[in-house]
Design a protein around this ligand. Structure first.
Ligand code: FUL
Ligand code: CA
Length: 493
């Protein structure tokens, strides 16, 4: 917000252009605590995107290659970047992060720094570049592209020494220079152990907090892709959620005290829940695979997650203020198998059945307190479908309520609330209630502590003409962007 705007409005009001002097608008509320960068806000608005795990492991039926695999083994019979990207787009996912190099060290692009790459595979007769094909397909389809570059490399002879760090950074530069805008880069926490290491066949331990000199590796990302979100166990932009089962903590703050955690060395409970009033804005990202493994294994075909299971994951991740990165594992053809496609489309249909109709849009909305008499912070901002407009109260107000009243009876079982995160995570407790005519009373629907980018509160199927959201505790006056009331045809457990 332009700091001079209140002054301009003040001058205009004094000369009688906007209302009376009493209508001088309050400035925007001050930020509270740690706040996101513009790139983090944009990234949190994406909410969900795909992970794509694909490499030699797909052909050896492994999850972690040892590093001694021949590039000859990488041989998709019918690779189709468009089919993969279109599937992801059809599922409603807004981006794709590709394993350009997994722990086995094989590179899906022709790297100038190794022979252990796609140029020595039969794929496109050694002329192929899978990172190029996928990134081009993403751009054509209008979804964002990101990369995973495993810090641990079980192929490289110099892993554990400083020469490997130069190699790793050179590869990072290749990926961040040659494939257009990168929205996210994934730095995995699995680091060091046994491997082939150029034939040494041994176990190598590294000091996770010093070996990679992360500050200087991350600065390469800042230099080459200033808008990219850097993901790791320790941020600096997005944090691992602490598990791979598909959930954020029931209460999960976007802030954390990152302290001296490093990739591969962080407290998983703290990652799941965050720290209210933490000094660093590092929101959670929930990584989970649609299959038991991250890579495709035919023997897991019967264990593809169902649309209903994916829906639960949606509520447990995005519904708790985190982002979701859902892994898809192309098969040996180099396509998403039909069983996975069907599950993804079924999931999208379930999401649409609930979220395509915001019942709140037909309500009249009022608030117990509004920041000023102009429309800048009015309750109507809660229903304009725009996260950049918000309702807020006077500075002293730490408890307030929003009431929605409908002409007709409504049936709902999900309530959504999104804070205006550029001002920080402010709300510490919120209750949803509904008016019950027979009992002539407000009854409880549900409650939550952390809200953040968005919160979904599920409850029993409820019929009413009035819904109330009460902010019971806010660290600073609440600033809320949007609310939604939905009917989900799926019954909740
Ligand atoms: C883990 C890795 O070890 C898995 O193979 C996978 O890539 C997952 C996303 O991260 O740390
Ligand atoms: Ca709004």
């Amino acid at each position: 917000m332009n700091a001079s705007l209140p002054k301009i409005l003040l001058v205009l009001s004094l000369i009688g252009v906007v209302g009376s002097a009493s209508a001088v608008p309050e400035p925007s509320p001050a930020r509270f605590g740690a706040t996101p960068t513009a790139s983090q806000v944009e990234w949190q608005n994406m909410q969900m995107y795909a992970f794509v795990h694909f490499t030699i492991n797909t052909f050896t039926d492994k999850e972690w290659g040892f590093g001694d695999e021949s590039p000859e083994m990488f041989n998709p019979t019918d690779f189709d970047a468009h089919q993969i990207v279109q599937t992801i787009k059809d599922a409603g996912l807004k981006g794709l992060v590709l394993t350009a190099k997994h722990h086995d060290g094989f590179c899906l692009w022709p790297s100038a720094y190794t022979e252990h790459d796609i140029s020595n595979s039969p794929f496109r007769d050694g002329e192929g570049d899978l990172v190029r094909e996928i990134s081009d397909a993403c751009r054509e389809a209008g979804i964002k592209f990101g990369v995973y570059l495993s810090p641990w490399d079980r192929n490289h002879a110099k892993y554990g020494e400083s020469e490997y760090i130069d190699y790793y950074r050179n590869q990072l530069r290749e990926l961040l220079t040659n494939y257009g805008p990168i929205f996210e880069i994934w730095f995995d926490g699995a680091n060091g152990g046994d491997g082939w290491y150029g034939g040494a066949n041994e176990t190598r331990k590294i000091d996770r907090s010093t070996y990679y000199d992360w500050e200087n590796t991350w600065s390469i990302v800042r230099e080459l892709q200033p808008n990219a979100i850097i993901f790791s166990d320790a941020g600096p932009d997005a944090r691992w959620i602490g598990n791979e089962q598909g959930y954020a903590g029931e209460t999960s703050w976007a802030t954390i005290n990152v302290g001296d955690s490093t990739p591969g060395n962080a407290d998983t409970k703290q990652l799941e829940n965050g720290d209210r009033f933490g000094s660093d804005w590092i929101p959670g990202e929930v990584d989970v695979s649609i299959r038991p493994g991250w890579f495709y294994h035919a023997k897991e075909d019967a264990e593809v997650k169902t649309p209903e299971r994916l829906l639960e994951i949606y509520y447990d991740s995005i519904g708790r203020g985190a982002n979701l990165i859902l892994n898809i594992a192309p098969d040996r053809r180099g396509r998403v198998a039909d069983i996975d496609v069907q599950s993804l489309l079924g999931w999208k249909a379930l999401l649409d059945a609930t979220f395509s109709k915001n019942l709140a849009l037909s309500a009249s909305v009022s608030a117990s307190d509004t920041r000023d008499v102009t429309q800048r912070f009015a309750a109507s901002n809660l229903l304009d479908g725009d996260r950049s407009t918000y309702w807020s109260t006077q500075d002293e107000t730490k408890q307030a309520s929003i009431e929605l009243s409908f002409d007709e009876m409504q049936r709902f079982n999900v309530v959504e609330i999104a804070e205006y995160i550029p001002l920080g995570q402010r709300i510490g407790s919120l209750r949803v209630s509904y008016w019950n005519e027979e009992e002539d009373a407000w009854l409880d629907f549900g409650s939550a502590q952390s809200i953040g980018a968005q919160r979904l509160i599920k409850g029993a199927l409820t019929t009413t003409k009035k819904v109330k959201l009460t902010v019971e505790d806010s660290a600073a006056c609440p600033a809320v962007s949007e609310i939604g009331i939905y009917f989900s045809p799926v019954e909740f457990k």
